[in-house]
Design a protein. Structure first.
Length: 350
């Protein structure tokens, strides 16, 4: 009989937790690789975002919004480190908004909407007074004001305010084609809005700078009309109608006015013919107090004016002293009659 050997020892199996640690380390390594890849991609996006912004900013500084805007859009959609909070994204948003605002006015002009284009450029400069895009505004407004008559046809309060804002910024080109139609149209807008003083400023500018312009005669009539309205709004005193002192009985009326005051006078006739005249001061005359003299002193310069017969609104005011109350009145001038009137200065004692 054979003898049986003792049982051989059974091998101990490997501990599962040891294998688990190895697997865990592998997973951590993979996660680490993924995170590193994400960080690298974000940095790449950030770099591209910076490059797009810098290229867009260079175009913006050259007043080239057509090139800048797509680059800004790429910068804003590129993600990158910090997302929309990084400096490239913030700067892109600000400068793109500026380009977009200017483009609205450019598009309006391209579409023939000259009024909205004008107000758009003025509003843009009011919002961005130090913008590097001003060369574009200047070139656009230069071409826009070549259509001055079209702008004048659309003149209203916003258009006129914009025109005057651009003129103050010296963005309205000088020249007979651009300014006179707008000055006249906007003066009439001011009159319609019960602002004769602003209307007078524009009418006088037109007549001073373009005395031979075809619109000068119409502007003179408008200036006379606005001068009457201004004097009445200021509470002007009343000028009695002068008495006829003779005449031929035919032809124009003749009005003789003598300045017996130490102030330079403006004399405005608004009627069948508009006339705006000036009379030099009387160097030997003085101011009176109380009621003044009983008759004309007959010492000062004389102006003689021939006018078509008819009804006139007349304004006489000092143009050398703003503190002198103007006078206005309605005169009926007969055919061929001659009239004489004098003006002297009386200080009222309060």
């Amino acid at each position: 009989m054979s003898q049986t050997d003792p049982a051989a020892p059974v091998p101990t199996p490997a501990k599962p937790k040891s294998r688990g640690r190895q697997i865990g380390c592998a997973i951590l390594a993979v996660v680490g690789l993924i995170c590193a890849a994400c960080a690298g991609f974000n940095f790449y996006q950030y770099t591209v975002q910076q490059d797009n912004y810098e290229a867009g900013h260079a175009a913006y500084l050259n007043s080239d919004c057509a090139t800048a805007v797509p680059l800004y859009e790429a910068a804003l959609s590129g993600g990158g480190l910090g997302g929309d909070s990084n400096e490239a994204a913030k700067a892109s948003a600000v400068e793109k908004a500026e380009c977009d605002e200017l483009q609205k006015a450019v598009d309006a002009q391209a579409g023939g909407e000259v009024g909205p284009a004008l107000t758009g450029y003025a509003d843009f400069l009011a919002a961005y007074p130090t913008t590097p895009l001003s060369p574009t505004v200047r070139s656009q407004t230069t071409s826009l004001f070549a259509q001055a008559e079209a702008i004048a046809a659309q003149a209203d309060q916003p258009v006129c305010q914009s025109f005057e804002a651009l003129r103050a910024q010296e963005l309205v080109p000088a020249g007979e084609a651009a300014l006179p139609p707008l000055l006249l149209a906007c003066g009439q807008v001011h009159e319609d809005n019960n602002d004769p003083t602003s209307a007078i400023d524009l009418y006088q500018l037109l007549l001073n700078d373009y005395p031979d312009h075809p619109l000068a005669e119409e502007t003179t009539a408008a200036l006379a009309r606005a001068s009457v309205a201004e004097a009445q709004a200021m509470g002007a005193g009343n000028i009695p109608a002068p008495q006829s002192v003779g005449g031929s009985g035919s032809g124009p009326s003749v009005v003789v006015i003598q300045n017996d005051s130490p102030e330079k006078l403006s004399i405005v006739f608004s009627g069948p013919e508009a006339r705006i005249e000036e009379l030099e001061p009387c160097t030997t005359c003085t101011n009176y107090t109380g009621d003044g003299p009983e008759s004309c002193p007959e010492q000062g310069p004389i102006g003689t004016y021939e006018l078509p017969a008819g009804d006139y609104d007349v304004v006489v005011k000092s143009i050398s002293d703003d503190g002198v109350t103007p006078f206005t009145g309605q005169w009926n001038l007969a055919t061929g009659d001659e009239y004489y009137s004098c003006f002297f200065l009386v200080t009222t004692i309060q």
